[in-house]
Design a protein around this ligand. Structure first.
Ligand SMILES: [Ca+2]
Ligand SMILES: [Ca+2]
Length: 386
């Protein structure tokens, strides 16, 4: 499946499979909270903005015997429009990025001569966890809630153009693609392991995951289009008989404080750049690592782990990007292969692939790919046929 617009939600069936209802009979009631958002995955919702979230309580109550129904809503953070009996509701996210838990309790009372008895025959509760962002207006002097994100540079600023040679930068041609993110998400103990799609968790995109800073509280930008693209790539890999779910990230989000700081200290020899799509939550560096040794697997079967294995992996990014391009799904992007990452502080080196969702092509309408030549032999890479 190629993502076109609607993301089918997983079922959110939180209730026990059956509840007793007198004299050995059981009543199978399932309740769930659904949203119309395509970023809902089972019982977790990733909010792409700070708009109110429409909520719908769904349940499968049989028509007979007849019950009176009472519904009560509650949440631990943010605000609900209503707390009393209604199937529809709205959730207003809290002012700062957080995971909010919304609960709806459904209580069933037997109908007796038109009067409601005091004791319910059944109570079921459905929960929904909502990951909401902080607005970028809270970013002051490069700091958000104690976390140093740094400054997003404006490619139209002459001082920036002078400091960093932008003559060959896409930021000069598509400045609208390099606007600062509007939202940031808190990654902490509570949010890190929350599933935001079939295979991905919020923490997968955190800085230096899974190397050094796993326990640290930090903020990330994340374009959900990137999540959709990674899920599509996993599907492409699975179709080809590769273990797509064994995708491992080298880098997701990197704040400007990290990117630009390193350029200064490394004399601009670093791969990290002032207009990297990693800063905008639109890029990921990754490997396929079925044997969990933090190195790309030997995908071409030559007994060695080299940039040619990254070439095997990026073939499937090409397949996917061509589909996106042909169907005008704006998730196509840049891709590149590397024979090593230049994060020397990490204990393990590996070839890897970069993939992003920049949504533009080169001047000749081709997918943007790099490098021009194979790093090992120096021969040209035939990107159109890779
Ligand atoms: Ca491996
Ligand atoms: Ca190999």
């Amino acid at each position: 499946m190629v993502w076109g617009g609607h993301y089918a939600t997983g079922g959110a069936l939180l209730s026990e499979p059956a509840a007793p209802i007198g004299r050995g009979k059981t009543l199978d009631v399932r309740v769930s909270i659904q949203t119309p958002l395509f970023t809902q995955y089972k019982t977790t919702v990733f909010l792409e903005n700070r708009n109110p979230v429409p909520l719908v309580l769904e349940y499968n109550l049989p028509k007979r015997p007849a019950f009176d129904i009472k519904i009560r809503w509650s949440c631990d953070r943010g605000i609900l429009e209503r707390t009393e009996a209604t199937l529809r509701n709205r959730f207003f996210p809290p002012p700062r990025s957080a995971v909010s838990t919304v609960e709806a309790e459904l209580a069933l009372y037997p109908q007796q001569s038109g009067e409601r008895t005091k004791i319910p025959v059944l109570r079921e509760t459905a929960k929904l966890r909502i990951i909401s962002p902080s607005p970028s207006i809270l970013l002051r002097n490069g700091v958000l809630d104690g976390f140093r994100i740094g400054r997003y540079l404006n490619p139209a600023d002459p001082k920036v153009q002078k400091e960093f040679d932008l003559s060959h930068s896409w930021a000069m041609i598509y400045p609208e693609k390099f606007l600062p993110p509007r939202f940031f998400y808190l990654v902490d103990e509570e949010s890190r392991d929350l599933p935001i799609s079939a295979h991905l968790h919020l923490g997968d995109f955190a800085l230096d995951y899974p190397w050094f800073s796993l326990g640290k509280r930090q903020y990330i930008a994340l374009d959900y289009g990137l999540v959709r693209k990674i899920e599509d790539l996993i599907e492409e890999l699975d179709k080809a008989g590769l273990p797509g779910e064994k995708i491992r990230f080298i880098y997701g989000f990197r704040p400007p404080s990290y990117n630009i700081g390193r350029i200064e200290s490394d004399g601009r020899k670093s791969l990290k750049a002032p207009f990297s799509f990693h800063q905008y939550g639109k890029a990921v560096d990754f490997i396929l690592d079925a044997d969990n040794d933090l190195r790309l697997d030997d995908l071409d079967g030559d007994g060695r782990i080299t940039v040619r294995d990254a070439g095997v992996l990026v073939h499937y990014v090409n397949v996917l990007d061509r589909k996106y391009r042909d169907r005008a799904v704006p998730l196509y992007g840049g891709a590149g292969i590397y024979d090593h990452h230049d994060f020397w502080e990490r204990p393990v080196q590996t070839p890897y692939v970069h993939m992003d969702v920049r949504g533009f092509l080169d001047e000749e309408g081709r997918l943007i790919r790099w490098p021009k030549n194979w790093p090992d032999t120096g021969e040209p890479i035939d990107w159109e046929n890779l």
